[in-house]
Ligand binder design. Structure first.
Ligand code: UGA
Length: 443
């Protein structure tokens, strides 16, 4: 099938590559010429396991093409995806200007029926706005054409995006058009083999499903973080509590890992956007407001531990920091807990010596050169002349470090762990003080 994808960001690029891989004929359109040139040279704008070979092989075989030519893109696809960003605007609502601009572009260039698919995470009611924009533009241009607008939200996780897209848990189709449903069933048939993963519903329910899924997961995390704070105050161990409640299949083990807060481009943005949307319909989303507030507080947790250990005086201290990305297997620093920590440390006059397996360039891009940030080549190098060690991201490479080396390198034998990677008893054996989330301080 001929497919066009507007927006070569995370969602658009992965979706395009995966559709090309199963044999569809895909054209990707983006306004950024540099991005298009790079992709044609095999330079992929994001770090995502498995994505580079997937994109380059499909590009070489001519199944995916990249262009800035919107007219060419619109003409190509019978199915046109909108996968552009919906950044939060000042009040946290999703800003739809890019989505609407693409809708207008599609209407401007289309010469026959198009199925327009909203893949971006967009508030309930956006499909109606896209319909209005396309209809108005067609009318202005005196074009008598029909079209469908479908909500088909994406559920991929960064770091596992290719696999999530290749083997989706579910494919949500928000449409009441039989024609669009039939076409999209055909488009997605390679991903829908073993059992039917397609769930068809009305457009608004599909739009809300996306937010509800992310908000539910964010709620699970904030709930566990709240429990971890209680565990600390009550002398319990959150790791035992986690196993104890996760064994109930109604709760499950996933997304109940306590930590130094959730980050990334999705949970923070989507929780905020749904709170704003709720306000818009006159409803105060109290659970979601709390989820956000708890997460905000949790991102300060590591800093609070440091202030506790150093009795409120971090001036002149050098902190070794392992992990900068918001989670492992990505170089994405958006809303990362490491940023809250570093910025608070700098405010106190402390220095940071940091290492991350993938996010060093991104950190450099965000913070530039500053005297209180040193980006080190290895995790071991961060320890030289450091006072203590802090862990913000649970990269595999941090799970079995040389504890003897840590102990002998840092000035104060203390590790602050925002991801609960180690057993407190083991840390005691190595003579390390260990602050972990929701676990009694081990000395
Ligand atoms: C999330 C959802 O998991 C995807 O299903 C969704 O498609 C995506 O948002 C999106 O809307 O595009 P992602 O942001 O890539 O995916 O990352 P997650 O793996 O969900 O992790 C988010 C954050 O939660 C990370 O900071 C992670 O460290 C934190 N987390 C996760 C916890 O603190 N505890 C947990 O138990 C799980």
């Amino acid at each position: 099938m001929k497919v066009t994808v507007f927006g070569i960001g995370y969602v658009g690029l992965v979706q395009a590559a995966v559709l090309a891989e199963v044999g569809h004929d895909v054209v990707c359109v983006d306004v950024d010429q540099n991005k298009v040139d790079n992709l044609e040279k095999g330079i992929i704008p994001i770090y995502e396991p498995g994505l580079t070979p997937l994109v380059t092989s499909n590009f070489e075989q001519g199944r995916v093409k990249f262009t800035t030519d919107a007219e060419k893109g619109v003409t190509h696809g019978e199915v046109v995806f909108i996968a552009v960003g919906t950044p939060p605007d000042e009040d946290g609502s999703a800003d739809l200007k890019y989505v609407q601009a693409v809708a207008k572009t599609i209407a401007t260039h289309m010469q026959k029926h198009k199925i327009i698919i909203n893949k971006s995470t967009v508030p309930v009611g956006t499909a109606d706005k896209v319909i209005a924009t396309v209809s108005e533009t067609l009318k202005e241009l005196n074009k008598d054409l029909t079209f469908d607008v479908v909500s088909n939200p994406e559920f991929l996780k960064e770091g596992a995006a290719v696999n999530d897209c290749m083997r989706p848990d579910r494919i949500i189709l928000g449409t009441e058009s039989e024609f669009a449903e039939k076409k999209l069933r055909e488009l997605y048939s390679p991903f829908n083999r073993n059992h039917d993963k397609i769930i068809v519903m009305d457009v608004r329910s599909a739009e809300l499903t996306k937010y509800a899924a992310n908000c539910m997961l964010a709620t699970k995390i904030s709930f566990m973080n709240e429990m971890s704070n209680l565990a600390e105050l009550m002398g319990a161990d959150i790791e035992n509590v986690r196993k104890g409640i996760g064994s109930d299949p109604r709760i499950g083990y996933q997304f109940i890992y306590p930590g130094c807060g959730y980050g990334g481009s999705c949970f923070p943005k989507d929780v905020q956007a749904l709170v704003r949307s709720a306000n818009g319909v006159g409803y105060k989303a109290k659970i979601l407001e709390s989820v956000e507030a708890v997460n905000y507080r949790q991102k300060e947790k590591l800093f609070d531990y440091l202030m506790d250990f150093y009795k409120g005086d971090l001036k002149g201290n050098t902190i070794a920091l392992w992990g900068l990305s918001f989670k492992p297997n990505t170089d994405d620093m958006r809303e990362a807990s490491s940023r809250v920590l570093m910025e608070k440390l700098w405010e106190q006059g402390a220095k940071v010596q940091a290492f991350d397996p993938e996010a060093m360039e991104e950190t450099q891009r965000i913070y530039g050169n500053r005297s209180d940030l040193s980006l080190m080549g290895t995790k071991e190098a961060t320890l030289n002349n450091a006072d203590c060690l802090v862990i913000c991201t649970e990269w595999q490479a941090f799970r079995a470090p040389d504890f003897e080396l840590i102990k002998s390198s840092i000035k104060d034998p203390v590790v602050f762990d925002g991801r609960n990677l180690f057993e407190p008893s083991l840390m005691s054996e190595y003579g390390l003080h260990y602050y972990a989330i929701g676990r009694a301080l081990s000395v």
